[in-house]
Ligand binder design. Structure first.
Ligand code: UD1
Length: 449
């Protein structure tokens, strides 16, 4: 069955005759310690740019360790609807052949669901010298401009216009490598310029580039297809344009944010959990903060063992681009800070606003003050179960951790956000002893479709 028909079937299965749809909730009975081992899936934020990068290749690529999350489903649907041949080879591997990919307007209903659809701009521009993509969606952390992406495309020779909600790029004379300095460290802009420059004429140098492991993974994938990219993982990336790429087989790196989420969940429930199939270096900032709090973290070659603190100590966190503490990990720490001794602070150094989840945590007994990019958490409290709603992906993970550590029953709505980025979260938590289940409830709210 094609991905399109599978998605349609899933949609119909959720619909009631009266037009209502099923809305999923997580029900958690808190208080169980997590114990055992968990295997981490492939990294969503690495798989997404690599999936879009296959547009540049025009030959079959086999990607392994693909996480089973809805952002990946949406990306595969976009690629398929635009003419790529997409074949699921197993639960975690997929073959993509973009030989017949048609440059054109990507389906907006899909594009608006996630931030990573901006990667269509760089990939289409790189291969076809033109692109047309609707404004992307994604989690709401305040304004999320793409001026640095556009600055980079224009430096390479593209002209940009916006009409009818669509970003149009065109480089009739082709793209020519340039030196580009980013005004701030941006994962998305770094990915997009890497994509656009891979098949450009000459050498492109990105200065003040993002250094995240997923940037390195994208460079490794493109190099496996014949690209010439050096410096990924440092703040200066050099891309020597090549005339064509060839297909390859590539394995996506493990998800450091999923790993960090399980590490914090173990600490919050006072359990001992071995988090396996990871690259411990990628979670070093999380490990450092947990150790400062008194949690035991033992690093093995491809795993960490998290063991309980005798007493959780307060800690201050400031989020920064990699290798700083990831902005995608601070919501998960919030419930832990409430269980620690004393006052803890989180300073958000990447996005304009990312503390909307605190309102939901208050319903569970969290005492916190938020002032723009800073939040102060009063420790020494206890968490109690409550009905709450996830408002974005990592906020959802924070609520799950709070629910696991709380006394009583927590009901979490907005599960569609959590499913964007966590592969089989419920199954993995249950295997660790958590009392968590998914229930389908009738709702008149439209779910992610
Ligand atoms: C990516 C991740 C997201 C993560 C974020 C930071 C994906 C799909 N998403 O998002 O999970 O939280 O990195 O690690 O990988 N900015 C500008 N102008 C631009 C581009 C960015 O002002 O042209 C600003 C943003 O508003 C933000 C900061 O730069 O304040 C960093 O954003 P960026 O690194 O681009 O995040 P995303 O790529 O959107």
């Amino acid at each position: 069955m094609s991905l399109k028909s599978a998605a349609k079937e899933r949609r119909e299965a959720k619909a009631f005759p009266n037009g209502y749809v099923m809305s999923m909730k997580f029900i958690i009975q808190g208080g169980s310690r997590l114990e055992g081992e968990v295997f981490i899936s492939g990294m969503k934020n690495a798989a997404l740019p690599i999936l879009f990068a296959t547009i540049l290749v025009g030959e079959p690529c086999i990607l392994e360790n693909i996480p089973n999350v809805s952002d990946i489903d949406v990306t595969l649907q976009i690629l398929e609807e635009m003419g790529a041949s997409v074949t699921r080879l197993s639960a975690t591997s997929v073959q993509i052949d973009t030989a017949n990919f048609n440059q054109g307007t990507a389906p907006y209903a899909l594009v608006k669901r996630m931030r990573a659809s901006t990667y269509l701009l760089g990939a289409e521009l790189g291969r076809f010298h033109k692109a047309c993509v609707g404004w992307p969606g994604g989690c709401n952390f305040g304004s999320r401009p793409i001026d640095q992406h556009m600055k980079g495309f224009e430096a390479l020779g593209a002209v940009s216009t916006t009409d009818s909600g669509c970003i149009r790029l065109s480089a009739e004379e082709g793209l020519v490598g340039k030196s580009i300095y980013f005004d701030m460290v941006s994962v998305g802009a770094t990915v997009n310029i890497m994509l656009a420059a891979t098949l450009a004429e000459g050498v492109t140098v990105i200065d003040n580039a993002a250094r995240e492991p997923h940037i390195v993974d994208l460079a490794n994938f493109l190099n496996s297809c014949g690209a010439s990219i050096s410096g990924a993982g440092t703040s200066v990336i050099k891309i020597r344009g090549v005339s064509e790429l060839h297909g390859c087989r590539y394995t996506i790196i493990p998800d450091m944010i999923e790993a960090g989420t399980f590490m914090v969940a173990a600490a919050a429930t006072g359990g001992t959990v071995t988090v396996r199939s990871i690259i411990p270096k990628h979670v070093e900032s999380v490990t450092a903060k947990l150790c400062e709090m008194g949690v035991g973290v033992e690093e093995l070659d491809d795993a960490v063992i998290v063991s309980p603190a005798t007493e959780l100590q307060n800690v201050n966190i400031k989020t920064l681009p990699y290798p700083g503490f990831p902005t995608d990990m601070h919501p998960q720490f919030a419930p832990l800070l409430c269980l620690a001794n004393g006052i803890s602070c989180i300073q958000e150094g990447v996005f304009e606003t990312r503390f909307r989840y605190v309102e939901e945590l208050r319903k569970m007994g969290v005492s916190a003050m938020v002032d723009s990019r800073n939040a102060t958490f009063v420790g020494g409290g206890k968490l109690t179960g409550a009905p709450v709603d996830a408002m974005d992906l990592r906020a959802g993970a924070a609520l799950v951790i709070a629910g696991l550590a709380a006394e009583g029953r927590t009901e979490i709505g907005g599960v569609q956000y959590i499913n964007r980025g966590y592969d089989n979260l419920v199954g993995k938590l249950r295997a660790l002893g958590a009392k968590i289940e998914v229930v389908d409830l009738p709702s008149d709210e439209e779910i992610l479709e």
